[in-house]
Design a binder for this molecule. Structure first.
Ligand SMILES: *[C@@H]1O[C@H](CO)[C@@H](O)[C@H](O)[C@H]1NC(C)=O
Ligand SMILES: *[C@@H]1O[C@H](CO)[C@@H](O)[C@H](O)[C@H]1NC(C)=O
Ligand SMILES: *[C@@H]1O[C@H](CO)[C@@H](O)[C@H](O)[C@H]1NC(C)=O
Ligand SMILES: *[C@@H]1O[C@H](CO)[C@@H](O)[C@H](O)[C@H]1NC(C)=O
Ligand SMILES: *[C@@H]1O[C@H](CO)[C@@H](O)[C@H](O)[C@H]1NC(C)=O
Ligand SMILES: *[C@@H]1O[C@H](CO)[C@@H](O)[C@H](O)[C@H]1NC(C)=O
Length: 483
């Protein structure tokens, strides 16, 4: 009996509890969602989905509500520089309805917050102290398109770290401590277009690993950034969709495995002394080539830029030691006019280029802008061809020869581009003429003097000799007496 009574009491109790629960949830659905919105830890909504209060000193982030043309509210949350301690994050954080953008950079995070929001497109958790990305941590923000994890202390990326992010188009992992990435880490991100891995020590890792075949990056990837990764080489031949590769500031030895349709390549800061014909493969679609700030580059060798028929923008800015560009740098076909280059902009700012061989003229036919500011230009006869190119905007100042020192390249008239050899020749001719003139004058002078002197003794002797032959004899003793 006692047991039955106890069971009954329990049942009643449960019923009462349920009733209470129902009562608390009962009010209309609107209010339920409003309650959810007001409950946000990040924004302080006084009324549901109205622009929340925004005071600098409160514990809330800056939240903005906009209405889309469709009438739906969109929330953008900016928590930058708010110190949200890890304890702030509960089990998981339900974002206010309509949150499309959340910036949690520089908030002192040490773990990835577990967020839930079905509209979130952009998430920035960069510039924090995050060390690991737990598996599947982003599964409740599955519409995320851009994820910024830069400047943290992440050491590795696991296979499931990005699980569920099938809409991801951009991810920034730069400035972390990543040395290895697990197999298929990117294979969920089927729409990934831009991958940034700069400032991670991944050089040794990518000697053995293929970004595409092993890590699951797809051909949709258009932009790859891997600057300052200690890369010596990388095989990107499977990246048939790749358009832009930024691989600067790596100790690259060569780059022969680049996809053929690459349009923009940046290998600035590569510590090579000489760009040889073997360094780059033939890239038929390459438009831009950046070779800025190459610390020890001093020459572009013969054929170094051969096989780049679409190249229109070449930038060598700040490669301070660059002093020579081989006359056949684009290959001899171009020099002979058999093929044309598309080169339109050449930047030689801050290089050590003094002159350019006139053989390059064929390659410069399409050139519109040549920036040589800061280069120690020798504006002599060898550079005259450049001054005479039509439709070319030049920037730069002549340093030599003295006659044109300090003048803007484009302001020096073409006939002023003179060589010392030329001047020397004129002077020599002038000097020779002067010497001949002098000799002629001198000889005339001598002849005249000789004529003036010679006849006198001749005539006197004859006179003396003819009229009085004794006179001479009488004079001589007189002279002897005087002496
Ligand atoms: C995702 O949401 C579910 C509840 O809907 C929750 O149980 C789970 O822990 C959440 N996952 C993450 C990673 O936040
Ligand atoms: C990489 O590091 C360099 C210097 O260490 C710094 O100047 C640069 O801003 C960093 N870039 C990124 C994307 O972290
Ligand atoms: C960079 O790579 C070289 C070899 O490729 C290696 O010897 C060196 O230790 C690497 N540097 C760092 C900082 O890992
Ligand atoms: C580069 O990768 C492709 C396919 O991924 C492979 O066929 C080729 O042999 C690789 N090249 C080198 C030099 O490893
Ligand atoms: C490159 O130029 C810098 C000065 O700009 C100089 O200090 C350095 O020694 C040069 N390096 C080489 C390899 O010539
Ligand atoms: C320019 O290059 C050609 C071909 O290499 C060479 O014959 C010529 O001497 C060079 N001219 C000067 C002024 O260096």
């Amino acid at each position: 009996m006692k047991r039955i009574v106890l069971l009954f009491v329990l049942l009643v109790y449960v019923q009462v509890l349920r009733a209470q629960e129902e009562n608390s949830v009962d009010p209309s659905m609107e209010e339920a969602s409003a309650v959810r919105v007001i409950d946000s830890h990040l924004c302080h909504f006084k009324k549901p989905l109205q622009d929340p209060t925004d005071e600098d000193d409160d514990q809330y982030c800056d939240c903005d509500v906009h209405n889309t043309p469709m009438g739906l509210p969109e929330v953008q949350i900016d928590c930058r520089k708010h110190q949200l301690a890890d304890g702030f994050w509960q089990e998981y954080e339900q974002l206010p309805q309509g949150t499309i953008r959340l910036d949690l950079s520089q908030t002192g995070l040490t773990v990835v917050p577990r967020l839930s929001g079905e509209n979130l497109r952009y998430l920035n958790i960069g510039h924090n102290q995050i060390t690991t990305i737990p598996d599947k941590v982003f599964t409740n923000v599955s519409l995320l398109e851009e994820l910024d994890l830069s400047s943290n202390r992440i050491e590795t990326l696991t296979t499931d770290a990005l699980a569920g992010l099938s809409k991801l188009t951009r991810i920034d992992l730069s400035g972390n401590l990543i040395r290895s990435i697990e197999v298929n880490a990117f294979s969920n991100a089927l729409h990934l277009k831009q991958l940034t891995l700069s400032n991670n020590t991944l050089g040794t890792f990518f000697i053995r690993t293929d970004l595409y075949l092993r890590l699951g990056v797809t051909n949709r990837l258009a932009i790859l950034e891997m600057e300052r990764c200690n890369l010596t080489d990388i095989n990107l031949s499977s990246g048939v969709g790749l358009e832009t590769a930024r691989l600067g500031y790596n100790p690259l030895q060569q780059l022969t495995n680049l996809p053929k349709q690459l349009a923009h390549l940046d290998i600035s800061g590569t510590p090579i002394r000489s760009l040889s014909a073997k360094f780059l493969p033939h890239l038929l679609h390459l438009v831009t080539l950046e070779l800025k700030d190459m610390p020890i580059l001093y020459t572009l060798e013969e054929y170094a830029l051969y096989g780049l028929p679409r190249l229109s923008n070449l930038n060598l800015q700040g490669s301070r030691n660059l002093s020579s560009i081989h006359p056949h740098v684009f290959g001899q076909n171009v020099d002979r006019g058999e093929t044309v280059t598309k080169l339109e902009r050449l930047t030689l700012t801050g290089t050590n280029i003094r002159t350019l061989n006139s053989t390059l003229q064929a390659a410069f036919e399409k050139m519109r802008r040549l920036d040589m500011r800061g280069a120690p230009l020798r504006c002599d006869c060898q550079l005259r061809w450049l001054r005479e190119l039509p439709n070319l905007q030049t920037l730069g100042i002549c340093v030599k020869p003295n006659a044109v020192r300090g003048l803007t390249f484009g302001m020096v008239e073409s006939h002023q581009f003179e060589c010392r050899a030329e001047q020397f020749w004129i002077y020599t001719v002038f000097n020779v003429l002067l010497a001949i003139l002098l000799i002629v004058l001198l000889s005339i002078g001598i002849v005249m003097i000789a004529r003036a002197i010679r006849p006198k003794p001749h005539v006197q002797l004859r006179k003396v000799g003819a009229s009085s032959p004794y006179a001479r004899v009488t004079i001589e003793p007189n002279r002897a007496e005087v002496l």
